[in-house]
Structures are given as structure tokens and as C-alpha cells.
Design a protein around this ligand. Structure first.
Ligand SMILES: [Fe+2]
Length: 318
């Protein structure tokens, strides 16, 4: 099936990876760097080394990504480091991950993005450890494993972010990831919203544009502090007037009228037939995608033993 997903892929050569790893390791070893307190310093160190060792074509592709209309970008074979055991409880010592954080935040700087955290999730910490947390068993959360996470966008209970605004008040425009380990080879699946919209009849599309829906917070949020978005739509016209953007999480999105509920059924059916792309992220792989124009999901999986269980590092970006 032909997909409208525009995926930009780059690969780091082994020689560049070694130089990058060596330079960043030396720089971050001089002090103790924490991802929350020292994010700007980590980004500076990472961006400098990346600019120095990545080929011009790769650098250019990264720099134009947000303006270019691509849905997602991946960069494979980045340096890795001696990783601690997977922090399945959710949090670990961030200073042990300075090389990883310098790469991740350095790439966001090259992308022209601002990394941010929200107070109502992940204890307000900048980097989310996406791990199979036994406490999240049975929930559709980034800390879950045993439940399928159906197609969704992250934090859809927030409005779309206007340019130049404080991104913490809005749904994250971009989700970025650095892969520590994925021995279970669990795919992250992406679907271009355009592929869903072309499968909707006009009445359904118009019903999804109507402000007749309620969208609640996902399971990863602190439920006491995040109210649902009411009288809202699932689809909105994008700023370019041609493409749509979407807010959706099956578990928390409801139609408030019969017409809206019926449209939501047809939307869900279209999600079942639209083409998607499976990415099995590998250690040292970076990925960023547009959270307004891409839906993502992860199927249920059986985690490896705790110490070596799947571990992605996620950071919101605007
Ligand atoms: Fe998600």
C-alpha cells in the first residue's frame, strides 16, 4: 500500500560515530551534568560535536526538517555509552547518561527545537524513560508493555501550539527519542494523518472538524491536574490550510453527539486500513516525528528481564 508518510533517514558512518563519541565523552567527563539542570550545556556540547563530525548533507537534512514538511526523521548509528540497567521504575541517575543526553539535546538544537517538559507528567522531568514499568502493567502508557497502545497522538487533551508560544501549555509539536536498548525488537509504528484523511468520506471529515468531542488526558498524566479538553474537534485545518492536524487517543476521545460518535467509529475504522510504517529502533538510533501530523502506536510485548528491558529516552520538543 502506498503511504504518504515522508520519512527522512540518515545514517552515521562508523568513523564519524567514533569521533563523536570520543569528543562528547571527553567534554562531559569534566563536570557532572544533569538533564534537567544542565540541559542547555549538554545541548551546547552535543551540537558542537555533531556540527563538527556529521557530513554536510546530514546536517542540512536535520536543519531543514521542521520547515520541510517531512513527517519524521531518523538518524542511526549514533554513539552509545556504557549504559546502566534499564530503570524500570521510571527514573535513574541522569548524570550517568551525559553522553546520551548531549547527543539527544544537541540534535534538538540542530533541529532548531526547544526541548520542554510539562509539570503534570513524568514528575516534570525533561527526559521520559520509556520502559516497561511493572507498576504501569495493564495501562496504555509509555510505561506499559502488556497492553496494546492503539493509534494516538501524545497529550491530545491540550490545544495545538501557536508559533512562538510557551509550549508547555499545548500538545507537544514534536516527540523525539534516543534508543538505549530494544532487544525485544518492538516496533514503533507511525501513520501519516494524510493517509487517514484520504480514506474518510467528506461527511466524516466534516464531522471530525466539528467541535463536538471531548478529549481526556492519557494514562501517563497526573489525572488530578489535567482536565479534558471539551467542545473540541479531532481534526483541525493546519496552518498551511492544506493539511490537517489531529488530536486523538482512543481511550480518552469521545463524541458528544450521535453524529460525532458515529464519525469517531468511522475514523477508527480508517485507522485500521490506512498504511503504516514499522520502525524497529536500534541502540544509538534517534527519531523525531510531528505529533500533530503523525499518529503512533506500540503493540503489546513481553519485556526482556528488567536490567535489559526495552529502553527509549523521550523528549518533547517545540
Ligand atoms: Fe505516545
Amino acid at each position: 500500500m502506498t503511504s504518504l508518510l515522508q520519512l527522512t533517514r540518515f545514517h552515521v558512518e562508523d568513523s564519524a560515530r567514533e569521533l563523536l563519541g570520543k569528543e562528547i565523552s571527553e567534554r562531559v567527563s569534566e563536570t557532572r551534568l544533569d538533564s534537567d539542570l544542565d540541559d542547555a550545556i549538554l545541548a551546547r556540547i552535543g551540537a558542537y560535536a555533531l556540527r563538527r563530525y556529521l557530513p554536510g548533507e546530514t546536517l542540512h537534512g536535520i536543519q531543514v526538517f521542521t520547515a520541510g514538511g517531512s513527517h519524521a526523521l531518523t538518524l542511526t548509528n549514533l554513539p552509545t555509552q556504557d549504559f546502566p540497567a534499564t530503570p524500570v521504575s521510571g527514573f535513574g541517575d541522569e548524570s550517568e547518561l551525559a553522553v546520551t543526553n548531549a547527543l539527544h539535546l544537541g540534535l534538538l538544537r540542530l533541529l532548531g527545537c526547544t526541548p520542554f517538559a510539562v509539570a503534570y507528567e513524568n514528575d516534570g522531568r525533561l527526559i521520559r524513560n520509556v520502559v516497561p514499568n511493572p507498576e504501569a502493567s495493564g495501562t496504555t502508557s509509555s510505561w506499559g508493555a502488556d497492553s496494546e497502545f492503539f493509534w494516538h497522538s501524545d497529550n491530545p487533551h491540550q490545544p495545538f501550539s501557536p508559533p512562538g508560544s510557551d509550549p508547555r501549555l499545548y500538545a507537544p509539536p514534536y516527540l523525539s527519542f534516543y534508543t538505549v536498548r530494544n532487544e525485544e525488537r518492538v516496533p514503533t509504528e507511525l501513520m501519516a494523518l494524510d493517509d487517514v484523511v484520504v480514506r474518510l468520506d467528506e461527511d466524516t471529515r466534516l464531522a471530525l472538524l466539528a467541535k463536538e468531542f471531548q478529549v481526556g488526558a492519557p494514562a501517563s498524566n497526573d489525572q488530578q491536574s489535567t482536565a479534558p479538553l471539551t467542545k473540541t474537534s479531532v481534526l483541525e485545518p493546519g496552518p498551511d490550510g492544506r493539511h490537517h492536524r489531529a488530536r486523538y487517543d482512543r481511550g480518552t476521545t469521545a463524541g458528544c453527539t450521535d453524529a460525532a460518535a458515529a464519525a469517531l467509529e468511522r475514523w477508527s475504522a480508517a485507522l485500521g486500513t490506512a498504511p503504516s510504517t514499522e520502525l524497529v529502533l536500534r541502540p544509538g538510533e534517534f527519531m523525531i516525528f510531528d505529533n500533530y501530523r503523525v499518529l503512533h502506536r506500540r503493540k503489546a510485548f513481553r519485556p526482556a528481564p528488567d536490567a535489559t528491558a526495552r529502553w527509549l529516552r523521550r523528549c518533547y520538543a517545540a
